[in-house]
Design a protein around this ligand. Structure first.
Ligand SMILES: Cc1cc2nc3c(=O)[nH]c(=O)nc-3n(C[C@H](O)[C@H](O)[C@H](O)COP(=O)(O)OP(=O)(O)OC[C@H]3O[C@@H](n4cnc5c(N)ncnc54)[C@H](O)[C@@H]3O)c2cc1C
Length: 495
């Protein structure tokens, strides 16, 4: 798999979907569309996947989706399994959000660099016959009913027009697609400067450094210590404005910070600083995730504190939500209004995520030591309440993300995630789960449906290609479900 290259072949002049940005989100969308046989063009201004420290972990919910597009198993083989998250005050455990008991086939945080994730997505795209046009920069678009015509600068500087029915901006924080579509990106950049270093520890590091991702909240301040893939560790801590950066500090400075804020016992020696940088947190959500034929996904649509490892993972879920809807509309199986539900479902998820990570980051960086002590005592008391650590783990794992609108009555709610452990789901197909006959699960394919007889199930369920419940109590005759599939789509209710 070549690491990088510009693409000198011309992108086609017409396509159904133009995807701008081949980061993890654009790649996940392109692989999904390719798997669904949706005509698309993927462009990126860069020559290849970016190196350097960014997302370091895949959450279980992402792995569930990546399994559907044929990437999860390889990533699991390439990465390492982390146990979840801990919050500590020095040696004292305040909260342990273990993933071990989570209701998912992937009850762990998969430690894999963002570069590894992107390389495996790209490999899958190529296997399916797809490609990323590298060195191609999106400059702008003009409306061209019912779609758009985009202007793209090629590697040699020449311009090319690409006409598309739909345009998806997966082009990151400073999205040119978002700007060209005139979509606002309100929010703020709080006064939070973080220093981040990826290091190699000397042999014999304290057990806490090996145990999993740990947030230390001590009187001296916050520090995150997390194992990464490839035997490295990530250290993240607030940097005082104007105080210099970890980029200018050596191993001894990092050892001092860990000694001040991290575990009390044991010794942590830094053998090598692999990379170091500072970043300023931005907390923003695009006003709309759709405007006419234009969509935003990933960091182009939302950005927030990286604490908790959610950004890339949320973007992958955006791609999963949008891909099957584009396919359904482009094959004529649903009206264009189905695509409005992309904004309706994903915007609240992003808004809630930004609020949640903002709250966590503010609590974690309290400057007053007494307020910090009260926070720690409250956290320890809350964590002792049965159910709370599991709730936190499910939230960070993104297993609780859903689109249910109706209050629950105990039965699965439309829009909620359906665990693959209770109803196995494969590929980007709809699943009709029927109450099982006997102990064995029976599977058959019928049109767009995979029909499963699931032992122990009480009522027929229809599950969407992105793993969310479309309807319960549906007819048990597959042909009847198929002919009335539009009844189970998240379409706006007629007034
Ligand atoms: C320090 C740090 C740590 C992080 N840790 C985590 C973590 O642990 N877990 C997590 O989930 N997330 C984490 N994140 C966030 C994560 O890196 C992002 O959420 C993720 O990269 C978003 O993916 P994306 O595909 O939306 O955008 P990007 O990765 O930014 O990709 C956008 C792509 O668009 C291309 N592009 C941009 N403009 C144009 C244009 N005009 N024309 C053509 N192409 C264009 C770019 O070249 C790029 O390839 C972290 C981020 C940082 C900075």
């Amino acid at each position: 798999m070549p690491a990088s290259r510009t693409t000198t072949t011309l992108p086609p002049p017409h396509t159904d979907v133009l995807i701008v940005g081949a980061g993890p989100v654009g790649l996940a969308l392109a692989v999904s569309l390719r798997q669904l046989d949706v005509d698309h063009v993927l462009i990126d201004r860069d020559d290849g996947p970016r190196t350097g420290s960014r997302a370091a972990a895949l959450q279980p919910r992402s792995l569930e989706y990546l399994e559907r597009i044929g990437v999860a198993q390889r990533l699991v083989a390439a990465g390492e399994r982390g146990q979840g998250f801990r919050v500590h005050d020095r040696e004292r455990t305040l909260l342990h959000a273990s993933y071990a008991g989570l209701d998912t086939p992937y009850p762990y945080v998969l430690l894999a660099s963002q570069e590894t994730t992107e390389r495996h997505l790209l490999r899958r795209l190529r296997e399916l016959g797809g490609t990323a046009y590298r060195g191609h920069r999106f400059l702008g678009f003009t409306p061209d009913f019912p779609g758009i015509t985009a202007v793209v600068a090629r590697p040699d500087g020449s311009l090319r027009s690409v006409r598309a029915r739909y345009l998806v901006g997966c082009d990151g924080l400073h999205s040119a697609v978002r700007t060209a579509a005139g979509i606002g990106f309100p929010g703020e950049a709080p006064e939070q400067l973080f220093a981040l270093a990826d290091v190699r520890l000397a042999p014999g590091a304290d057990g806490l450094a090996q145990d999993g991702t740990t947030f230390f909240l001590s009187r001296a301040g916050m520090l995150l210590l997390s194992p990464l893939a490839d035997g490295q560790h990530r250290v993240v801590t607030p940097a005082a404005p104007g105080s210099g950066t970890l980029g200018t500090l050596g191993p001894a400075d990092i050892e001092r910070l860990v000694a001040e804020r991290g575990p009390l016992t044991g010794s942590i020696r830094v053998a090598e600083v692999v990379s170091a940088s500072t970043y300023r947190v931005q907390e923003r959500v695009a006003e709309r995730f759709r405007r006419g034929p234009v969509f935003l996904a990933g960091d182009a649509a939302h950005t927030h504190s990286p604490a908790g490892g959610q950004g890339m993972n949320t973007g992958i879920q955006d791609a999963g939500n949008l891909a099957w809807k584009l396919h359904t509309v482009l094959t004529g199986a649903a009206p264009d209004e189905l695509l409005d539900s992309y904004h309706e479902e994903r915007h609240p998820v992003a808004a809630e995520l930004v609020a949640f990570t903002s709250h966590v980051a503010r609590l974690a960086t309290l400057r007053d030591p007494d307020a910090g002590q009260r926070r720690n005592d409250l956290l320890a008391a809350a964590a002792a309440t049965p159910g709370i650590p599991g709730w936190v783990a499910a939230k960070l794992a993104q297993l609780d993300t859903g689109y249910a609108r109706e209050p629950g009555d105990g039965s699965p709610r439309v829009g909620e995630r359906v665990s693959p452990l209770s109803v196995p789901q494969a590929s980007l197909r709809w699943t009709l789960a029927l109450p099982g006959r006997g102990q064995q699960e029976h599977v058959q394919q019928q049109g767009a449906l995979t029909v499963r007889h699931v032992p122990g199930l009480r009522t027929p369920l229809l599950v969407r290609p992105d793993g969310h419940l479309a309807a319960h109590g549906v007819p048990s005759e597959p042909a009847e479900v198929l002919s009335g599939l539009d009844r189970y789509l998240p379409l706006p209710t007629p007034r």
